[in-house]
Ligand binder design. Structure first.
Ligand code: GLP
Length: 244
C-alpha cells in the first residue's frame, strides 16, 4: 500500500485527480470505477478543471459506479446516478451511455445484481477504482459482515451508515434502508485502487484498515491484500497512524 499524504482536503483532491488524470492520459479508453459520498467531490471538481483546461479528454472513458440506493430513481436528487451526473458527468465530455450505476429501480434484487455483474464483465474489468471509506470500514456499501462479499449484492444499511448519510437527506426517515453495491471481490479485481480519506473522524478506521487485522468486520481491510492500492489521505485522517 502506498500512503500519499496531503496537508488538507484540497491538496488530497488535487493528488487524487492527478492519479486519475494520469490513468486517463495513459489509457484514454480506460474503465474507471467511481465512488460517491463527500470524499471524492473535490477530486471530481479537480478533474473537471483539468478537462476545462484541455488537459483531459473523457470521450473514450467508461465508468462503473460502486453502488446505488435501492428504490431511488436516477432523477431523485439523492440517487447516486444524480450525484454522478451533477458532480462529474454533466461537466466533461464523457458519453453518458458508457457510464454505469446499479439500477436502483429494479425491484428484483437478484436480477439487479446479476445485471450489474454482467456489465462489469462486459467492460473487461476496471483499470482504476476510486473509493471512499465509511466510518465502519465499509467500501461501496459493503457493510461489516461475517464474510467478504464477492459480486454485486443487495445490502441492509447499518444504523451508523444511515446516520452518516442523513446529512444528504431531509431526515433520517428518508434515507433508503437498502442499496445495491459492487462486491469486495469485484473491487479487489480492479487493476489499481485509489482511496480518498479525509478528516479526523476517519483516523480511527483508517488505522484499522491499514494496520489492523484483515477481517470482513472491517471490509476495507481486504485492501491490504491488493497489489496496487494508493491511499490519498490528509493529515487529520492520518493522525492516529502517525502517532504509532
Ligand atoms: C457512502 C458510500 C460510500 C462512501 C461512504 C463514505 O456510504 N456508499 O461509497 O465511501 O459513504 O462517505 P463520505 O466520503 O461522505 O464519508
Amino acid at each position: 500500500m502506498i500512503i500519499c499524504r496531503a496537508k488538507d482536503y484540497d491538496e488530497l483532491s488535487r493528488r487524487a485527480a492527478n492519479i486519475i488524470g494520469a490513468q486517463i492520459i495513459m489509457k484514454p479508453d480506460c474503465v474507471l470505477g467511481l465512488a460517491t459520498g463527500g470524499s471524492p467531490v473535490g477530486t471530481y471538481k479537480e478533474l473537471i478543471k483539468r478537462y476545462e483546461m484541455g488537459d483531459l479528454d473523457f470521450s473514450q472513458v467508461s465508468t462503473v459506479n460502486l453502488d446505488e440506493y435501492r428504490g431511488l430513481s436516477p432523477e431523485n436528487d439523492q440517487s447516486y446516478r444524480y450525484f454522478m451526473n451533477t458532480n462529474l458527468f454533466n461537466h466533461v465530455n464523457i458519453d453518458k451511455a458508457c457510464t454505469h450505476v446499479p439500477n436502483g429501480l429494479e425491484p428484483d434484487a437478484d436480477k439487479a445484481c446479476a445485471d450489474y455483474d454482467a456489465i462489469i464483465d462486459e467492460m473487461g474489468g476496471i483499470d482504476l477504482q476510486l473509493l471512499g471509506l465509511g466510518h465502519n470500514g465499509h467500501i461501496g456499501f459493503n457493510e461489516p459482515a461475517d464474510t467478504f462479499t464477492l459480486g454485486t449484492n443487495c445490502v441492509d444499511l447499518q444504523a451508523s451508515t444511515i446516520e452518516a448519510n442523513t446529512r444528504f437527506f431531509a431526515s433520517a426517515d428518508e434515507v433508503p434502508r437498502q442499496a445495491y453495491t459492487m462486491g469486495i471481490g469485484s473491487i479487489m479485481q480492479a487493476k489499481k485502487i485509489v482511496v480518498v480519506v479525509s478528516g479526523k473522524d476517519k483516523a480511527k478506521i483508517l488505522r484499522e484498515v491499514v494496520a489492523g487485522p484483515i477481517t470482513p468486520r472491517v471490509p476495507a481491510s481486504a485492501l491490504q491484500l491488493h497489489p496496487d492500492v494508493t491511499i490519498v489521505a490528509d493529515e487529520a485522517a492520518l493522525s492516529l497512524l502517525d502517532a504509532e
